[in-house]
Design a protein around this ligand. Structure first.
Ligand code: GDP
Ligand code: ZN
Length: 461
């Protein structure tokens, strides 16, 4: 395919010592050559692919030196977009990087739309749709593990599995065609139905396995929404601080000072937590605090994991007991904090209230028990067994809904095959499943869907 040459700043604006302006398209090298001057007068067209060159960018109208740059030359098809790509490494400041961008635009490049580089990689057959989406996830990935999921998807783990499933479906479709073409061979029909059931069941099982990972995939991507709750002054903010190991939440000696909800992402043994520190769930007359309390209830409803903090140095109160009621049936870890102080709390009663829930004791002041808590969080999430690296996770909402749909249609096909429905009727559902799975990797998607997807990308990607 032939496209015009696009350009964009492909590094975050305003950050870092170096910024990159990326050019892609058939004129990428000629545009760069027009404005690039190397000390020994190199012509970029005569340079090998995948080489880096030092020099200056010169405004051809004014002969003025615009920037000192390192220029990476990458000739297609061995590039991200499969087109000729030139990356101009310049100084990171917003002024200088904008000057470079402007210069390439004046010299014939067009400003890329959001996600257009990735879209080209897709359109030029370099990556499939699920890989393109992975690029987007990668940009947004908040934790190492989320990054690994995205990387796994990008290198095509999900695509390969989907392709294998589609292959199995295609095999049965082909078999049916034979069946229709040669109706006189009875044994063909006899073979077709069992093959349909066998392959259909296998496809269904694999889809189900993928769907099981989807909730974890979502958590890995968006973070396990974790609420820290407890009465005022038990040590919620201290816990938040211990976990984020920096002091963003305000810790004070005055009860009820966490006025608002603070959100923070942390990575606990590979489990991404989106931590929220709440003002404590309790009845209160203080108007400012009440906002916090109402928000707390909301947070509680939406949380995947609750860390309930109790104070070892005080007897259980009615508020503590009410909190236990509020978290019935949720994933909870109970933290008895301030173990450096004399014990007042009734351990036996807590054990009763806790039931199956895990209890961890800490002294956040003396930095004790945090390891044990982190271990409890990790084992709750991974159940101590799951190794994320060898699982194909699905975390993308579009993939998940397509997988649900595919599961429905293949289930219909299997059920039909198990009764006396004619083979060519069953074929419709099998073909439909094959199409739906194709949408995940982008084999059967419409143009409008593509535009919508790629417009979600950051500019320059
Ligand atoms: P929050 O209101 O639940 O957020 O409680 P804070 O984290 O603000 O802590 C209230 C007070 O308890 C602060 O003075 C903390 O320094 C103190 N504190 C927190 N953890 C411990 C602990 O393990 N031992 C002792 N002795 N004090 C603690
Ligand atoms: Zn607090």
């Amino acid at each position: 395919m032939e496209f015009d040459t696009i350009a964009a700043i492909s590094t975050p604006l305003g950050e870092g010592a170096i910024a990159i302006v990326r050019l892609s398209g058939s004129n990428a090298i000629s545009i760069a050559n027009q404005i690039f001057h190397s000390p020994n007068g190199k012509n970029l067209f005569n340079q090998a692919s995948h080489t880096i060159h030092y020099g200056h960018l010169v405004d051809s109208e004014t002969d003025e030196i615009v920037e000192e740059v390192m220029l990476s030359l990458m000739k297609g098809p061995k590039t991200f977009t499969r087109e000729d790509v030139v990356e101009i490494n310049c100084h990171g400041g917003i002024v200088s990087v904008n000057r470079v961008l402007k210069l390439v635009l004046i010299n014939g490049a067009r400003l890329a739309e959001p996600g257009e580089f990735t879209k080209r990689a897709f359109l030029n057959g370099r990556i499939d749709l699920s890989q393109a989406e992975a690029v987007m996830d990668l940009i947004r990935a908040k934790t190492d593990k989320a990054m690994n999921v995205a990387l796994g998807q990008m290198d095509g783990r999900l695509s390969r599995l989907i392709k294998t499933l589609r292959q199995a479906l295609l095999e049965t479709i082909a078999q049916v065609e034979v069946n229709i073409d040669y109706p006189e061979y009875d044994d063909v029909e006899e073979m077709t139905i069992p093959l349909m059931i066998k392959n259909g069941m296998w496809v269904k099982e694999e889809i189900e396995k993928l769907l099981v990972t989807s909730s974890q995939g979502k958590i890995l991507r968006e973070g396990l929404s974790t609420a820290i709750i407890g009465r005022p002054n038990v040590g919620k903010s201290s816990l938040l601080n211990s976990l984020i190991q920096e002091n963003k939440a305000i810790v004070t000696d005055i009860a009820g000072t966490t006025r608002d909800i603070i959100e923070e992402y942390v990575n606990v043994r590979g489990v991404p937590l989106k931590l929220v520190d709440t003002a404590g769930i309790r009845e209160t007359e203080d108007i400012v605090e009440r906002i916090g309390v109402e928000k707390s209830r909301q947070v509680l409803k939406e949380a995947d994991l609750i860390l309930l903090v109790l104070n070892n140095a005080e007897k259980l109160t009615i508020e503590d007991r009410r909190l236990f009621e509020a978290i019935e049936g949720m994933d909870v870890i109970i933290i008895i904090n301030k173990t450096d102080l004399p014990t007042q709390i009734e351990l036996e009663e807590i054990k009763q209230l806790a039931g199956e829930k895990r209890i961890v004791t800490t002294s956040l002041l003396q930095e004790e028990g945090i390891d044990e808590l982190e271990e409890a969080i990790a084992s709750l999430f991974f159940e101590g067994t799951i190794e994320s690296s060898d699982i194909t996770y699905v975390s993308n909402a579009r993939h998940i809904s397509l997988l649900h749909l595919a599961k429905e249609t293949i289930t219909d096909a299997i059920e039909a095959a198990q009764t006396d429905v004619p083979v060519d009727m069953i074929q419709i559902d099998v073909t439909r499943t094959w199409e739906i799975l194709g949408e995940i990797v982008g084999d059967t998607v419409e143009e409008s869907l593509l535009d919508q997807l790629f417009s979600q990308f950051c500019l320059g990607k």
